[in-house]
Design a protein around this ligand. Sequence first.
Ligand code: SIN
Length: 276
Amino acid sequence: MRIESASGAGAYVSDIDLNTLNTDQIEQLKKSLGQYGVLYFRQQNLTPEQHIALAESFGTININRFFAAVPEHPKIAQVLKEATQTQNLGQMWHTDHSYDQVPALGSILVARDLPHTGGDTLFVNQIAAYDALDDDLKAQLVTLTATHSSRHVFGESAHKGKHDDLGDRLGNTAAATQDAVHPVVIKHPFSGRSALYVNPQFTIKINELDKQAGDELLQTLYEHSVKEQFQHRFQWQPGSVAFWDNRATWHKALNDYPGQRRLMHRITVEGEALFA
Ligand code: SIN
């Protein structure tokens, strides 16, 4: 197995077949996920069953409450944009499941049908973003907690009156009842390193500050986190796979392929409670 650090966020892993991992390789990948935040693979050949087996070697699968599932495979969420649709899923910077009390470890995304151009995914490294903050701000952040919610993204009211066409790809709006409080700076469960754990999509407030001060602080952190130096643009190819750690990264799916279809299969693996 060869692991080469990518610019900004993550690492490319080569000389590996994700269908035939042994225990040592699984341990090495877990360690690398903790170190780099996201792992990129090329030229893999995973059937849906092999995708499920791969995810299960890293933990229990979290069956997505809101995304439509791949037909015949309820454990795999479908990330789809048809050629006739305008909105894509995951267009805003986010970290999946931060609204859960015990947020998911991460997801394994497999390319199934790609547009001829566009449809890249951007990742940012929230450990590097934290490290680059000045010491005064770091000292303030470690005293704070934030509330995250699923309601405004997946709930009924999120789509009411909006001219989006996500309706048939997202569902179960009544289940969007999650609110969770997490430290603004978490200790990464694998690496022990400090990571910024707020994100533009699901974080709704800083609990210890009034609304204006909290919103301003979040805005400052968001502008900092998406700087070029923490960012990597992953260009999908047939056979590409990305495995990201939600506790160390954000991601964002670009919507720059009008009139073309993009289909990805995503499996999310359960995580653990997060601590400051
Ligand atoms: C997601 O946000 O999970 C989807 C990312 C992508 O489609 O590139």
